[in-house]
Design a protein around this ligand. Structure first.
Ligand code: FES
Length: 160
C-alpha cells in the first residue's frame, strides 16, 4: 500500500513510543500516508489501523476530526480559510468570497486544472492574525483582497 520509505518513516514515529503504545503514532502515520497517497481512502485508513493495531473506527474518528486530513482527493494546493470567531469578525466571509470569485470555485471544490482546493476550517490557532488562511504548510495572516491576490499570484507563478 505504501512505499518502503513511508513505512520506514512510520516505523520511526512508532519507535518514539513504548512498544505497547504504538497507537500514539496514529496522527503521524496518517500524515505520512496522506502525503504519499494524496488522501486518506478507506483502504489507506484500514492499512494504518492494521499496521498500528488500532481499531479501524478509531482511525476514522481521528481522520474525520482534524481538517488537515483529506478523505477525498484534493488539488495540488489546499487553501484552508479559517472562519471561526476571530476570523469571522475580521472578515473571513469576504476572504472566502474573494477566493471563490478569483478561482471560480466554491468552498469544498477543486479548480478544473486540479491545482487548488478551497476549504473552510475551524480555528487554526492564529487568531491574532485574523483573518487568516493556511495554504499547504504556510500560514497567511491579516488578509486583505490585495494580499490574497499577491499570495495566489505567487502560487500560480511557482506552478507555471
Ligand atoms: S479564529 Fe481564525 S485562527 Fe483562530
Amino acid at each position: 500500500m505504501l512505499s518502503q520509505q513511508a513505512v520506514n518513516e512510520i516505523n520511526r514515529e512508532v519507535n518514539k513510543y513504548p512498544a505497547d503504545k504504538k497507537q500514539a503514532a496514529l496522527m503521524a502515520a496518517l500524515s505520512i500516508a496522506q502525503r504519499e497517497i494524496g488522501h486518506l481512502s478507506t483502504e489507506v485508513m484500514d492499512w494504518v489501523a492494521g499496521f498500528l493495531n488500532v481499531p479501524p473506527i478509531r482511525v476514522r474518528e481521528v481522520a474525520t476530526f482534524y481538517s488537515m486530513y483529506d478523505l477525498e482527493p484534493v488539488g495540488k494546493h489546499k487553501i484552508c480559510v479559517c472562519s471561526n470567531v476571530s476570523c469571522m469578525l475580521r472578515g473571513s466571509d469576504e476572504v472566502i468570497q474573494h477566493i471563490e470569485n478569483r478561482l471560480g470555485i466554491k468552498v469544498g471544490e477543486t479548480t478544473s486544472d486540479g491545482e487548488m482546493t478551497l476549504t473552510e476550517v475551524e480555528c487554526l490557532g492564529a487568531c491574532g492574525g485574523a483573518p487568516m488562511m493556511q495554504i499547504d504548510d504556510d500560514y497567511h495572516e491579516n488578509l486583505t483582497s490585495k494580499r490574497i491576490d499577491a499570495i495566489l499570484d505567487q502560487l500560480e507563478t511557482t506552478n507555471a
